[in-house]
Design a protein around this ligand. Structure first.
Ligand code: UGA
Length: 432
């Protein structure tokens, strides 16, 4: 692709910053990624990718000539026409987003005399752009533009999500800045939604809230299915054909986790509360998710009685497959509850680690995890679990109880393999 010569500085070499930088380089721009962690920058300079994200390594390698990495703010900004902010915005104790890393970037911005547009990729509360605008003006940087350009990429499919997005959202104070940021995406086929800054900020929060609402909704339908003898997988299929509803994000399970949904739901809840509004639906979505993670404990107790001394195998630690990310992972909540009940917990995951989960034994194979176990809980739907010889697993367990927390496996096949099989919302009540 021809080098169109736009110069972009990306602040933050985390998963969002690296994907953004690599994809803009792929689109022909020259990108400098800046981070504050020396080991991270050194690794990137050596061509090593510090995070597990399919396709990212290839993209960085292919665009080596257009990409550079630095610890130095001045070097990153030198000649840059765009400054992308892609730093973390973790929750504070109050649930509000911690914007200190964002403010550091804004305050460290050198007093450039040429036109630069700051573009916000980090997820921030509505109103942040307005505050940044004031801060820039106060610093005599009225000529520096500001645009909200939120990301909608999911871990594991981030590169594809960036290059083939459902939409691109650009919220600007100044039309020309919005045009410039829109122009950076030339080469990507997608509808572009142009808006004011506050609306762009809200689009990001509302999109995640809508997806979380669907998950908690289908999880509640699953719980009612369990009580009434219906099967949520069939129900999801049946409602998903309705074009007004759609098929995606209707997989019932042990609840959502990850670095975005739990944090963004709290941030939106706090944002609403601080503005004097009690966001009832969102509160319910969060509460349903918390309860959902714990329901598996009830299923185990129903079959095994007290869990003290019982050996429980957890299959999957990552919050979803194809990532090593365990932030807010349901497996961690489950493990914590099981340990509190006095169970022995053994865990398997192909890439994620049980770091910080004291008392959990992590093993390298499904075979080791399940040997002599009283129950298996499938927590993350890793594709390799489709190929396990389940009859052999059932034969080596103390009691062949299988709780499929993601409804990944076929109930009849699992029962034929020798298991007492229970999914989420799957009419297990029929055989009780
Ligand atoms: C999510 C959004 O999907 C992205 O659009 C967004 O950009 C991103 O957050 C973000 O704000 O940065 P991500 O957290 O990577 O992406 O993962 P998802 O694939 O959305 O899954 C989140 C959680 O929901 C996982 O724990 C997954 O197991 C769970 N989930 C998802 C369900 O329980 N059921 C479903 O039907 C779908």
């Amino acid at each position: 692709m021809a080098d169109r010569g736009n110069r972009i500085a990306v602040f933050g070499a985390g998963y969002v910053g690296l994907v953004t930088g690599a994809c803009f380089a792929e689109l022909g721009h020259r990108v400098t990624v800046r981070d504050v962690i020396p080991a991270r920058i050194e690794a990137l300079r050596r061509g090593e990718v510090p995070i597990f994200e399919p396709g990212l390594e290839d993209l960085l390698e292919r665009n080596r000539e257009r990409l550079s990495f630095t610890l130095d703010v001045a070097e990153a900004i030198d000649g840059a026409e765009f400054v992308y902010v892609a730093v973390g915005t973790p929750p504070t104790y109050s649930g509000d987003a911690d914007l200190s890393a964002v403010w550091t970037v804004i305050d460290e911005l050198p007093a450039v005399d040429h036109r630069v547009v700051v573009a916000m990729k980090s997820t921030v509360p509505v109103g942040t752009g307005e505050k940044v605008r004031h801060r820039l003006d106060e610093r005599g940087l009225a000529h520096v533009g500001y645009v909200s350009n939120p990301e909608f990429t999911a871990e594991g499919t981030a590169v594809r999500d960036f290059m083939e997005p459902d939409r691109i959202v650009v919220g600007a104070f100044d039309e020309a800045d919005g045009d410039a940021v829109e122009g950076l995406h030339r080469g990507i086929e997608a509808p572009v939604v142009r808006s004011d800054v506050a609306s762009a900020e809200m689009i990001k929060l509302a999109a995640n809230a809508a997806l979380m609402t669907r998950i908690s909704f289908i999880n509640e339908i699953a719980n009612v299915c369990e009580a009434t003898g219906a099967d949520v997988v069939k129900v999801a299929e049946g409602i998903g054909h309705d074009r007004r509803i759609g098929k995606s994000f209707l997989r019932a399970g042990v609840g959502f986790g990850g670095s975005c949904f739990p944090k963004d739901s709290l941030a939106l809840k706090q944002l609403a509360a601080s503005s004097g509004y009690h966001f009832q639906v969102l509160n319910a979505v969060i509460e349903v998710n918390e309860l959902q993670k714990r329901r598996v404990i009830g299923k185990l107790k129903q079959r095994l009685g007290a869990l003290r001394g019982k050996r429980i195998a957890l299959l999957g630690l990552a919050f979803k497959p194809n990532t090593d990310d365990t932030r807010e992972a349901p497996a961690f909540v489950l493990a914590g509850r099981l340990l509190a009940e006095g169970a022995d917990v053994v865990a398997w995951d192909p890439v994620a680690h049980a770091d910080g989960l004291h008392g959990v034994e992590q093993v390298g194979t499904v075979d080791e995890a399940t040997r002599g176990a009283d129950a298996v809980v499938l927590v993350t739907e890793w594709p390799e679990l489709a190929d396990v010889d389940w009859a052999a697993v059932a034969a080596q367990m103390r009691t062949p109880l299988f709780v499929d927390g993601r409804n990944m496996l076929d109930p009849e096949t699992m029962r034929a393999a020798g298991f007492t099989y229970d999914g989420i919302g799957r009419a297990a009540a029929v055989e009780r």
